[in-house]
Design a protein around this ligand. Structure first.
Ligand SMILES: Cc1cc2nc3c(=O)[nH]c(=O)nc-3n(C[C@H](O)[C@H](O)[C@H](O)COP(=O)(O)OP(=O)(O)OC[C@H]3O[C@@H](n4cnc5c(N)ncnc54)[C@H](O)[C@@H]3O)c2cc1C
Length: 403
């Protein structure tokens, strides 16, 4: 294939949930689309597990939502808990019923969404091609097209051309780096240790929800349930290295502090990760556009990153469809105007607040926050406003009002 140019309307770099959502939507509009993915298949690492109501609403039409619901677990409530006293504030999402067809969070692995999207694309949109094992190495933008260079495993150089290139290639985006854009923000000092287990916490901790953000003496953890297992987010002890914090004995010791009945129950998987908070200074440079983690990253607290990226993809697909059907390229700037402020104001700010709340160590401040949250959860109007925001409904509605 050396020196050959493969031509498409749109090339998407990255077959994560955002790239595949965009490919599906553009494919359904009938455009000739190619997705370039560096891996040989879908990444199955432990990442997003929470789907918010508007994301489920958006995927409904294609039948993806019913597949997610079948594979996942409906979480009608979520809690902030004081582990040592079993006090909690619980938010019931059924209050959102007039604002969404899915008034709950859905707990399901992100890779399942990617799998459903890939299968949908293969079955329903022959105009979309996915090139697995094809990392994009560089891009060149011209007046009327973009050229993308790839090198596959056999070290063959393959070139693609397209009218629009979309970087959905995650936080280390090569597309963003090629555009030399600033990815402004910070990396938080803590490392989170994510562990999974089949241990039935629900039988051992009083009135547990499927989603629990917990304070414990001197620290914090979260307990998120998936259909068949629990995900526990832990933190290294003071002066503990990351290497020793990921060791099975250290993970077990910390889980035993949460629930002593855990004993030496099996731990299935352990993964450390750092938390970043960044947004790129521009989403659009000519014919090249960024979406998802390539454009914005945030603390996973509250489960908003993938959801926000999927909302980008739905928005961008409609703009690209209109442009490919003859409308002005200015619509790309409207995508940036509609999505970048929402990432900053609603996703990054809210997830930073969620993180800061749980990182608080002072008992009096924790108790004050807990009481405030309890008041919110019991007052209909306050609860509705808070859940519209934290369930990402307000941000999505606001984005569409921006001209
Ligand atoms: C522990 C954890 C928990 C999380 N929980 C949640 C949650 O509950 N809810 C939520 O909404 N979000 C959550 N997130 C965030 C979520 O995982 C990300 O926001 C999401 O993966 C972003 O999707 P994406 O498609 O933009 O990028 P990615 O998922 O990173 O996909 C990018 C793709 O691009 C490919 N790629 C990269 N470089 C190249 C290249 N040069 N050429 C070709 N392909 C390339 C990669 O292989 C990858 O497949 C969590 C994150 C973490 C780490």
């Amino acid at each position: 294939m050396n020196n050959e140019f493969l031509d498409f309307d749109v090339v998407i770099v990255g077959a994560g949930p955002v790239g595949l959502t965009l490919a599906m939507r553009l494919g359904l509009h009938g455009h000739k689309v190619c997705v370039l993915e560096s891996q040989e298949g879908i990444e199955t690492d432990l990442r997003a597990s929470t789907f918010h109501p508007p994301t489920l609403d958006l995927f409904d039409e294609q039948g993806i939502t019913s597949q997610l619901i079948e594979a996942g677990l409906i979480a009608p409530t979520w809690q902030v808990r004081m582990n040592d006293t079993n006090e909690f504030a619980e938010f019931d999402l059924s209050i959102l019923k007039d604002h969404t067809n899915h008034p709950y969070r859905l707990q399901c692995e992100q890779w399942r969404l990617s799998g459903f999207l890939r299968d949908f694309i293969l079955k329903n949109t022959p105009n979309v091609s996915i090139f697995w094992g094809h990392p994009c190495t560089s891009i060149v933008q011209n007046q009327d097209d973009v050229v993308i260079h790839c090198e596959n495993k056999a070290l063959e150089k393959i070139n693609f051309t397209c009218k629009f290139l979309i970087g959905c290639d995650g936080s280390r985006s090569i597309v963003r780096k090629n555009l030399k854009l600033d990815f402004e923000g910070q990396t938080f000092p803590e490392t989170t240790i994510l562990a999974t287990t089949l241990f039935p916490f629900q039988d051992h901790l009083h009135h547990l929800s499927f989603i629990n953000y917990c304070w414990t003496e001197g620290g914090t953890f979260s307990l998120l349930r998936l259909k068949n297992l629990w995900r526990v987010s832990l933190y290294p002890s003071l002066d503990e290295s990351i290497e020793s914090a990921v060791e099975i004995n250290s993970v077990r010791r910390k889980i035993n502090q949460i629930s002593p009945s855990f004993g030496d129950s099996p731990v299935l998987e352990v993964r450390p990760y750092k938390i970043h908070q960044r947004v790129v200074n521009q989403y659009v440079v000519g014919r090249v556009v960024l979406a998802g983690d390539a454009a914005h990253i945030n603390s996973p607290s509250g489960g908003m990153g993938m959801n926000g990226g999927v909302h980008d993809a739905f928005n961008l697909a409609e703009k690209l469809n209109s442009i490919l059907n003859g409308e002005s390229m200015d619509l790309l700037m409207q995508y940036e105007r509609q999505r970048r402020p929402i990432a900053i104001k609603h996703v990054i700010e809210q997830s930073a607040k969620n993180r800061a709340r749980m990182q608080e160590k002072a008992m009096d401040k924790r108790l004050f926050t807990l009481r405030e949250l309890q008041k919110k959860s019991e007052d209909k109007n306050l609860c509705l406003a808070y859940l519209l925001e934290t369930s990402m409904i307000s941000g999505l509605v606001e984005s569409f009002k921006i001209e």
